[in-house]
Design a protein around this ligand. Structure first.
Ligand code: UD1
Length: 429
């Protein structure tokens, strides 16, 4: 298994191009199941999760092609993928494929909406909390699908098609909103989704669906209204920038000091996190194509945060922010309200010398003047990148094992950081 080796102490200076968002690319790829015509997606990141989903889609009989490299493109320029779900021969998503990635469960929505049948294994994915799918199932049931659970599979049927309905989510769920939105586009009549997730990835999906002929209003607010149509058609769409990757590199330079431009991204996708970085002592400004983050001279101030659905502070940046706070000049409180058990990085950060006390949904991080390099283990996608951030300032050498977690979500991480001065390399194992 590959490892990442880091020698801490170097500041980050330069420019990092931000990739397309994994969390937008996945539902967009899944949306191709809603039409027999071709959906062309640009700016798709090269990530293990994208390949896993392509395997699942191929299993249904979806044809795909990946456009060849063009002059001037590097491995970090996103790829263009064309997906055509014309000859779907199977509407089952088996355990071996779905268990590696939770979002693949979302295929259930377009399959039942277009074909009247779907059989999808209960999901796996990151081991953070229980992460049930009850609300996704509730949404499909409201739209008229009959649901049965059989031997670890959710079987959804709607032989006469789905019907528009009122869906009130008792808590904000990104996956639930994606599922309800996709299914409602082909349901007969009007669907109202209340307490919908307002995440930019929901807006990106809705914009693509509208280009495919869907009638959607209110995406990006907590009430989305969908008028069902009888069929959707193909289109071209570029995946939005990855706000979590953006925030991760922003935290990294706040940690190491230096001056980074994050290119091809937008501050409004992560304003809450940028505001917090400003309070912590980084200087954040907008550039024409992105964001510039600097920290020179001044130390890191402690800041308390609470994770929340968008536009709040994202849970997917919680671990990275905790890494930053390990070096603050004082104690900060980090409260996690979205996922239980999302503190697995704490014990690994402690191996580097961090002082963190857990109490229920909160972590109290007492800043220390130095971290010391050590071997550590990646436990999930976001936790593993928090160890990279800590390793970038730890004295001596930090080795991160199990980096397949990183490869699920961060495109060319070590190349992007190394070009900006970090001493980081992948050790093939
Ligand atoms: C998505 C993101 C993930 C991010 C999360 C929250 C993708 C591929 N993943 O995950 O990176 O951390 O949003 O921003 O986009 N819940 C239920 N029942 C359900 C569904 C969810 O109780 O049926 C709960 C979850 O356990 C969690 C909360 O709702 O406590 C939010 O989860 P949700 O927004 O659905 O997360 P995902 O869509 O899985």
């Amino acid at each position: 298994m590959d490892r990442i080796r880091i020698r801490g102490g170097a500041p980050l200076n330069g420019l990092i191009p931000i990739s397309g968002a994994k969390n937008a690319a996945l539902p967009l790829m899944i949306a191709s199941l809603l039409t027999e015509e071709t959906l062309e997606l640009g700016n798709v990141p090269r990530l293990a999760d994208i390949s896993s989903l392509l395997r699942i889609m191929s299993n249904f009989g979806v044809d795909h092609s990946i456009a060849g490299r063009r002059p001037g493109q590097t491995t970090e320029t996103g790829q263009t993928i064309r997906l055509t779900a014309k000859n779907v021969i199977d509407t089952t998503a088996p355990y071996e494929l779905v268990s590696t990635m939770r979002a693949s469960f979302w295929v259930i929505a377009p399959l039942v909406a277009r074909f009247g049948h779907a059989r999808v294994s209960m999901p796996g994915g990151c081991a953070i909390g229980t992460r049930p799918v009850d609300l996704l199932i509730m949404a499909l049931a409201k739209l008229g699908a009959a649901i049965e659970i059989e031997a670890g599979y959710v079987v959804a049927t709607a032989p006469k098609g789905l019907r528009g309905a009122e869906i009130d989510f008792p808590k904000v769920t990104v996956g639930g909103t994606h599922v309800a939105l996709m299914a409602a586009t082909l349901a007969e009549g009007t669907t109202v989704i209340r307490n919908a997730a307002r995440e930019p990835e929901v807006v990106d999906l809705a914009q693509c669906l509208v280009k495919m002929g869907a009638r959607i209003q209110g995406a990006g607010t907590s009430e989305i209204v969908v008028e069902g149509v009888s069929r959707l058609h193909g289109t071209s769409h570029d995946v939005m920038p990855d706000r979590i990757e953006t925030g991760t590199y922003a935290m990294a330079v706040a940690m190491t000091g230096g001056d980074l431009v994050l290119d091809n991204t937008k501050p409004e996708y992560l304003q809450a996190a940028l505001d917090v970085l400003g309070q912590a002592g980084a200087e954040v400004t907008s550039t024409i194509g992105g964001i510039r983050i600097r920290r020179n001279g001044n130390g890191i101030q402690p800041v308390d945060i609470t994770t929340d659905p968008f536009p709040g502070f994202p849970t997917d940046l919680q671990a990275q922010f905790m890494a930053l706070m390990t070096r603050a000049s004082g104690t900060s409180r980090i409260r996690e309200t979205i996922f239980e058990n999302r503190f697995m990085h704490v014990q690994e950060l402690a191996r580097l010398g961090a002082r963190i006390r857990l109490d229920g949904d909160s972590a109290y991080v007492e800043g220390v003047p130095t971290l010391k390099g050590a071997p550590v283990m990646a436990t999930d996608l976001r936790a593993s990148v928090s160890l990279v951030i800590a390793g970038l300032v730890a004295e001596g050498e930090t080795t991160i094992n199990r980096v397949y977690h990183l490869d699920r979500g961060f495109e060319a991480l070590e190349a992007k950081l190394a070009r900006c001065g970090a001493q980081i390399e992948r050790v093939r194992g």
